[in-house]
Design a protein around this ligand. Structure first.
Ligand code: GDP
Ligand code: MG
Length: 177
């Protein structure tokens, strides 16, 4: 049996948008009302997609804003990015957009596998970012767009499965259109 493919994914975005909650929900199937925001954690999960075994390494960053330095460990040997904002926080949407531009600058690439995630979809009553705005931004990036709820486990596994597929496609040099 071939060794599992190791894939490293970084979760980035403004503080408190749910990066740790998405990781924990996906890896452990749990949701906590509070999780220490200062912990930079690495989560690991083994999974199989289309008969391929993966060892997924999730780098759960402590969060950035538009002025943050971009630590090089987030651009080295990272295969793909989950860029997270919260649908009830317009500022977090601005931050995610700025982060993407920094990634382009730092990696010098015009395409890297990424998923744009609008988390906290259960808080639609306080919505500040429309799904349409999210979709448009993702389209610009040639990224997948998903609205999720880490709290209710809505579309969480899709985030990582889609990203793994995109990474696979980028690997085999088939450019997305
Ligand atoms: P991080 O700083 O981006 O890692 O954010 P956390 O995962 O620590 O989440 C910040 C806060 O938002 C915590 O109180 C979470 O319980 C809450 N939270 C995270 N995801 C969701 C969600 O999908 N829905 C709701 N209602 N709250 C969430
Ligand atoms: Mg966190």
């Amino acid at each position: 049996m071939p060794a599992p493919k190791q894939r490293k994914i970084a979760l980035m975005g403004y503080r408190s948008v749910g990066k740790s909650s998405l990781s924990m929900q996906f890896v452990e199937g749990k949701f906590l009302e509070s999780y220490d925001p200062t912990i930079e954690n690495t989560w690991k999960k083994s999974l199989r997609i289309n008969a391929t075994d993966y060892e997924l390494i999730l780098v759960d960053t402590t969060g950035q804003d538009e002025f943050s330095m971009f630590p090089s460990q987030y651009s080295l040997d990272v295969h793909g990015y989950v860029l997270v904002y919260s649908i009830e926080n317009a500022k977090s949407f601005e931050v995610v957009s700025a982060l993407y531009n920094k990634l382009v600058d730092i990696t010098g690439k015009t395409y890297f596998p990424s998923v744009l995630v609008g988390n906290k979809s259960d808080m639609f009553q306080c919505r500040e970012v429309s799904a349409e705005e999210g979709r448009k931004l993702a389209e610009k990036w040639k990224a997948t767009f998903l609205e999720t709820s880490a709290k209710h486990n809505i579309s969480v596994s899709q985030v990582f499965q889609t990203l793994l597929n995109d990474i696979e496609r980028a690997d085999s040099n088939e450019k997305p259109n």
